[in-house]
Design a protein around this ligand. Structure first.
Ligand code: FAS
Ligand code: PHB
Length: 391
């Protein structure tokens, strides 16, 4: 089989890149390790930056988020038992964020790709990448019991943190930056109305971090910080709802509508960046190249901004045989990656309970939060980063 761009991974990064390439008439094939149902079963992000919504619209896949997304123009912080609102839109020249789940984004992209008749090979086994240091890269894998090979011009590694793309790069050619956080997030999805349909609520309390989000007016997403030694079995629904309420202000807690969880999972928190993001004819995008703690709601959005830059580079190559875009991709993407890594690390450090900083750390966090609420400049910094920095 031959194609122009072979994309590894059918998560949001791979599917969005495929949609943009398809629309530009650039032939592409996606090779995905899991089944489509498995990919859709992963419950993850929930907040889209305006640039992500714009890129989905550019790719012809904006109908779902335009029709069913919930626009937010402020966010809320709870600390010292009080809830505070931070306005986003007026501080950023009109930008908003939109509550629309990654699952819905992925479904919209999958449906769009199927309708366009583009090739996505699910349940591909033993995927391997060769020759990306030459002009003739090759992707090999097993599909439906048969050995397959794809000859291509470029490989886009959109296969996430545990994928094969970054793992295929010779160790001497890549530098990795790691930071692990000493806790995880227990996430619950429930078919109950959200406590705050107009803003995401972030909570800092002596008991730990909490977050109140939504997927629709009838489906909510909540999180509490938990030790990484915990398992889902340690958290009954009742324990989760009680703990969430203890971490919020009394008014918000009193308005939480509880119900049975339809999904419950614990995610580790880490910061990670691989440099560079280009190795010959192999380009990394999304979680394959970087991970942010979900506190800033950036993982999916950073994947989308990588993909937009990578698409522009491929599009320039095929339309004008210029290599300027592909040669500049890694540096351009990493500049934005590190600014988002900083914001995600900063908000995580501000809002979570760190075992080693004890009472002093909590007091310093509360002092910073109280300064934040007293400073227009500090709130503008938060707003600019939360709605999404420029490309
Ligand atoms: P993905 O990991 O989504 O997709 C990679 C795809 O590649 C997968 O489908 C995988 O099956 C496939 N793949 C892997 N190895 C392969 C191989 N060898 N061959 C072929 N295919 C292969 N972000 C937020 O903004 N907010 C959140 O609350 C949030 N929660 C998260 C919770 C968890 C548990 C995780 C892991 C991430 C979370 N994220 C969150 C970040 C998440 O949304 C990612 O940023 C987003 O999925 C990135 O998309 P991709 O880069 O496409 O990677
Ligand atoms: C979510 O809705 O899943 C969500 C919202 C905001 C975050 C992280 C996750 O910062």
């Amino acid at each position: 089989m031959r194609t122009q761009v072979c994309i590894i991974g059918a998560g949001p990064a791979g599917l969005l890149l495929g949609a943009l390439l398809q629309q530009a008439g650039i032939d592409n094939v996606i090779v995905e390790r899991q089944s489509a149902d498995y990919v859709l079963g992963r419950i993850r992000a929930g907040i889209l930056e305006q640039t992500t919504v714009d890129t989905l619209t550019q790719a012809g896949v904006g109908q779902g988020v335009q029709a069913h997304g919930h626009v937010h123009n402020h966010l809320e912080l709870v600390f010292n038992g009080q809830r505070h609102s931070i306005e986003l839109t007026q501080r950023t020249g009109g930008k908003v964020v939109t509550a629309y789940g990654q699952t819905e984004v992925t479904k919209d992209l999958m449906d769009h790709r199927a309708a366009a008749g583009a090739t996505t090979l699910y349940e591909a086994k033993d995927v391997s990448l060769q020759g990306f240091d030459s002009a003739k890269p090759v992707v090999r894998f097993e599909h439906h019991g048969k050995a397959q090979q794809i000859d291509c011009d470029f490989i886009a590694g959109c296969d996430g943190f545990h994928g094969i793309s970054r793992a295929s790069v010779p160790p001497g050619s890549i530098t990795e930056f790691h930071k692990e956080y000493p806790f995880g997030w227990l996430g619950v999805l429930a078919d109950v109305p959200p406590v705050s349909p107009h803003a995401i609520v972030y909570g800092n309390s002596l008991r730990g971090f909490s977050l109140c989000s939504m997927r629709s007016l009838t489906r909510s997403r909540y999180y509490v910080q938990c030790p990484m030694s915990d398992t889902v079995a340690d958290w009954s629904d009742e324990r989760f709802w009680n703990e969430l309420k203890l971490r919020l202000d009394a008014d918000t807690a009193s308005r939480i509508i509880t119900g049975p969880s339809i999904e419950k999972s614990i995610a580790p928190l880490r910061s990670f960046v691989a440099e560079p993001m280009r190795f010959g004819r192999l380009f990394l995008a999304g979680d394959a190249a970087h991970i942010v703690p979900p506190t800033g709601a950036k993982g999916l959005n950073l994947a989308a901004s990588d993909v937009k830059m990578l698409f522009e580079a491929f599009s320039e190559y095929y339309s004008s045989q210029s290599e300027a875009g592909i040669n500049g991709y890694s540096q351009r993407a990493l500049s934005r990656v590190w600014r988002v890594e900083r914001f995600s690390w900063w908000l995580t450090s501000l809002m979570h309970r760190f075992p080693d900083t004890e009472g002093f750390g909590q007091k310093v966090q509360e002092a910073e939060l109280s300064y934040l609420m007293s400073s227009e400049a500090a709130q503008t910094m938060l707003a600019e980063n939360y709605v999404g920095l420029g490309g």
